[in-house]
Design a binder for this molecule. Sequence first.
Ligand code: TXA
Ligand code: MG
Length: 316
Amino acid sequence: MIGTDIKRAKALLQNNQLVGIPTETVYGLAGNAFSKEAVVEIFRVKNRPAFDPLIIHTSSFERINEFVHSIPEQAQELAKHFMPGSLTLLLPKKDILPELVTSGSSLVAVRIPAHPMTLSLLSQLDFPVAAPSANPFGYISPTSAEHVEQQLGDRIPYVLDGGICKVGIESTIVGFEKDEPVIFRKGGIAIEKIESLIGEVRIKPHSSSNPKAPGMLKSHYAPHIPVLIGDIEQLLTQLEPQKTGILSFRKSFSLVPSKQQIILSNKGDLSEAARNLFAGMRQLDKMDIEIILAELLPEEGLGRAINDRLKRAAAR
Ligand code: TXA
Ligand code: MG
């Protein structure tokens, strides 16, 4: 069921049940992070492998200390600017969090989402919530309450409806290795913005063989229909346009029926493109087409996170 009743969401979470929650990035599948029972249920409902740890969501920087030992100076600097916001920090965890939350890692991923409804909900709870994106494992992340309801509605009692996600791609994950900042996942805060605060950061290459950071899995965020990345114009010469879907940055293509074309931002705005990306993929995935052609965006700002998602959607 979808609704806007924060009290109801609160009561369910207090009762160890799961609730779909809005954030500015994507919708989350939330459960009490201090409750082993609720955390087990998150993995079960998402069909998520136990090696893929969860992000903890809380309402204020002070409350992070409830479940984290220490916060490096650079992390504090980032938190000052991007919390609440689309930043997730990897920090040393306290024992109060069940092992399963972090898949056995001594680090926990922490984020304060910038969504008024969810911040209000979180501030009324005396525990933080663990919340992965509210999609079945490996599929496209949800950016509306309807997306969550369509896929998980029969497995969870409630989805809190906070409208369409304003950022539209998941948070940027920053960790520290030998005191050096490392990007574990490109996301809603552009790397350039992070670097302007704390200097150059290293970007971790993703790997499917050793999924230390599972949003790093090579194939992820994937529609059921195969995705092919390249020069759309050129790829179209080898395919049947009637059976083809298009995910383009700015342009449309006269050979392909217009309803089979998603244009991410005709004015070329990367934030708008990010906002439209996952809904566009979902829309195409429902059509009677055989393949989705996509093109990469400029490799700058949010374009880098968008390109990362496109490549993973295309990886098989
Ligand atoms: O924007 C977001 O971050 C959304 C919203 C709901 O907050 N959440 C989200 O969660 O994208 P999820 O579970 O779909 O992706 C979390 C990623 C996973 O790839 C996981 O591997 C990584 O965060 N992660 C979580 N804890 C980690 C840890 N302790 N060490 C390394 N990576 C971690
Ligand atoms: Mg996810």
